[in-house]
Design a protein around this ligand. Structure first.
Ligand SMILES: Nc1ncnc2c1ncn2[C@@H]1O[C@H](COP(=O)(O)OP(=O)(O)O)[C@@H](O)[C@H]1O
Ligand SMILES: [Mg+2]
Length: 250
């Protein structure tokens, strides 16, 4: 079982889109996938066009077993939904005397073996749930939009990850995934080159800027449903193949 956090402390870089697309792509390849949304915006359920009655907030605040909160969104794809109620859950975690960083791990441990992949979407903030996610995950995939400000956030995020690694020694910052790539934009190419120099083998082939991807969000469909033959779907397919190939080495 692989636990992949999709994380960067910055909004609008494509974290939720990447989380949902990768989770669904893996499920389409017959892997059993749990998508966990730790963001209080709760966008993953929206992107999948589902309204789960319960979610992560009930698990963390009301001690609802995770098995009773997961929701089958597609064949082989379950979601543990995020949403507004997570704000209160974060406060509850903050009040714990000890073990606060392990709260998410404790909640998911009882069900984790049912899945081949647990994909965890994070909020744009370096908050309790992001830290909990990084204490629990075995791998991190960081989506980056090819803009100077994002590269700034990436440098800071890498530093923070180092501090988490003191506690979660097996945590591997495995993938940097450029999103919104536009080959016509000169700056985009420059930043991509910088990333190549700095992250070499961690750098994945970019996801292109795609109108189809942004449209699919409004229909509650993933790119594999909305436009399965589009360049965006093909880009995502490549990332999924890479993740699966790496799994064979492990
Ligand atoms: N490759 C892409 N091309 C065009 N639009 C995209 C692409 N990826 C994501 N988007 C859109 O960009 C916006 C931000 O993406 P989102 O996944 O919500 O980012 P985050 O979770 O990091 O805040 C959304 O409206 C989404 O539909
Ligand atoms: Mg998001």
């Amino acid at each position: 079982m692989r636990k992949i956090a999709i994380s960067l402390s910055k909004g609008g870089v494509g974290k939720s889109t990447v989380s949902v697309s990768i989770a669904h792509g893996l499920a389409l390849k017959k892997h059993r996938v749990l998508l966990v949304d730790t963001d209080d915006q709760g966008q993953d359920a929206f992107l999948l066009g589902v309204k789960p009655p319960k979610g992560l907030a009930e698990v963390l605040s009301d001690d609802l077993p995770a098995k009773d909160a997961i929701f089958l969104a597609r064949p082989n794809l379950w979601i543990l939904a995020g949403g507004k109620a997570l704000s209160a859950a974060k406060r509850d975690i903050g009040r714990k005397d000890y073990g606060a960083e392990q709260t998410l791990a404790d909640a998911l441990k009882p069900i984790e073996d049912q899945f081949d992949f647990i994909i965890i979407d994070t909020s744009p903030a370096w908050d309790t749930l992001t830290i909990n996610t990084l204490f629990y995950a075995s791998e991190v995939l960081t989506p980056v939009s090819l803009e100077a400000l994002t590269i700034n956030s990436l440098a800071e995020f890498v530093n923070r990850l180092e501090s988490v690694k003191k506690f979660n020694k097996s945590l591997d910052h495995a993938y940097i995934l450029p999103t919104f790539h536009d080959g016509r934009v000169k700056k985009s190419a420059e930043i991509l080159n910088q990333l190549k120099k700095h992250f070499s083998d961690k750098l994945c082939e970019p996801i292109k800027y795609s109108v189809r991807i942004s449209e699919s969000a409004g229909f509650g469909q993933t790119i594999f449903e909305y436009a399965p033959n589009s360049p965006g779907a093909k880009d995502y397919q490549k990332v999924i193949e890479r993740i699966l190939n790496d799994g064979k080495k492990k």
